[in-house]
Design a protein around this ligand. Structure first.
Ligand SMILES: [Zn+2]
Length: 233
C-alpha cells in the first residue's frame, strides 16, 4: 500500500518551504551517498526534529560512482522518482522556475510520470508545485506565512562543502541561496566566503547576463541581491 503523496526532501531552501506549501506531507530523503550527504543529513535531522517532519531516510541506492568531475549525478531525479514510487503514487520533486536540466523540467517530469505509470502498472505522478516561482518567490511565500526565518537557515544548499556543514559561498548553489535570502532581507545566513565576492559573479554571471545568456528573472534577482551589499553592476 502506498501513501497518497510523498515529498522528495533534500533539506534545501526549496524542499523545506515546499513541505509547508504542500500541507506537511510525508517526506523521503534518499541517501544516494553523494559528496555532500553529511551536512545534508545533519540538516534534515535538525529540521525533522524542530518541525516534526514525518521523514523516511532511504538507503536503497548508492550512486556515489555516478559522480562526474562536477557534482552532477546524471538522471539523479529519475532514480529518486523510481525509489519514491515504491512509497507513493503522487510524488513531489521540487523544481523551480527556470530549472531546465535534462531530468528536472516540467516536460521531464511529465515523461517520468508516463514511464513510471506504465512500468509500475498504476498511475504515478511526478510534479513540482514551484515551476512558476523562483527561489526568491519561494522564500517570500514562506516568510509571508509567518513561518520562522531561523528554521529556513537550518536548511542546507551547498554542494562543495565536503563534510563540513558550513556553506562555502563559492558554488552556484550557495550563490542562489544567498540571492534568495538577500532579496528577502535575511542577512544572517552564514557563508565561509561572501557569495557576492565569488569571482564567478564578475567573471561569468554578470557578463552572461549582459550578453542576454542568463534568464531575465534570474538576472534581475542577482542585480537586486547585489544592491543589498552596495554593488551596482
Ligand atoms: Zn557552496
Amino acid at each position: 500500500m502506498t501513501d497518497r503523496q510523498l515529498l522528495l526532501f533534500s533539506a534545501g531552501l526549496d524542499s523545506f518551504p515546499a513541505w509547508h506549501y504542500l500541507g506537511q506531507p510525508p517526506a523521503l530523503y534518499v541517501d544516494i551517498r553523494h559528496r555532500y550527504r553529511a551536512p545534508e543529513l545533519q540538516a534534515i535531522a535538525a529540521l525533522a526534529d524542530r518541525c516534526g517532519i514525518n521523514l523516511t531516510i532511504s538507503t536503497e541506492l548508492d550512486l556515489s560512482a555516478w559522480h562526474g568531475d562536477d557534482v552532477i549525478i546524471p538522471m539523479r531525479n529519475v532514480f529518486l522518482a523510481m525509489i519514491a514510487s515504491r512509497h507513493a503514487d503522487a510524488i513531489w520533486c521540487i523544481g523551480v522556475k527556470g530549472d531546465h536540466t535534462l531530468d528536472k523540467s516540467p516536460d521531464a517530469f511529465e515523461q517520468m510520470s508516463q514511464s513510471l505509470s506504465s512500468f509500475a502498472g498504476r498511475p504515478i505522478t511526478i510534479a513540482s508545485p514551484f515551476w512558476d516561482m523562483t527561489k526568491t518567490d519561494i522564500v517570500a511565500w514562506y516568510l509571508a506565512q509567518g513561518l520562522p526565518a531561523d528554521n529556513l537557515l537550518l536548511t542546507f544548499s551547498c554542494t562543495e562543502s565536503g563534510n563540513a556543514s558550513v556553506h562555502c559561498g563559492t558554488c552556484p548553489s550557495c550563490l542562489r541561496r544567498w540571492i534568495a535570502l538577500a532579496n528577502n532581507n535575511i542577512t544572517t545566513a552564514e557563508f565561509a566566503s561572501p557569495p557576492w565576492q565569488w569571482h564567478r559573479v564578475t567573471d561569468y554571471y554578470l557578463p552572461a547576463m549582459r550578453a542576454g545568456r542568463y534568464p531575465e528573472h534570474r538576472a534581475a534577482e542577482l542585480v537586486s541581491a547585489l544592491a543589498t551589499v552596495g554593488i551596482r553592476p
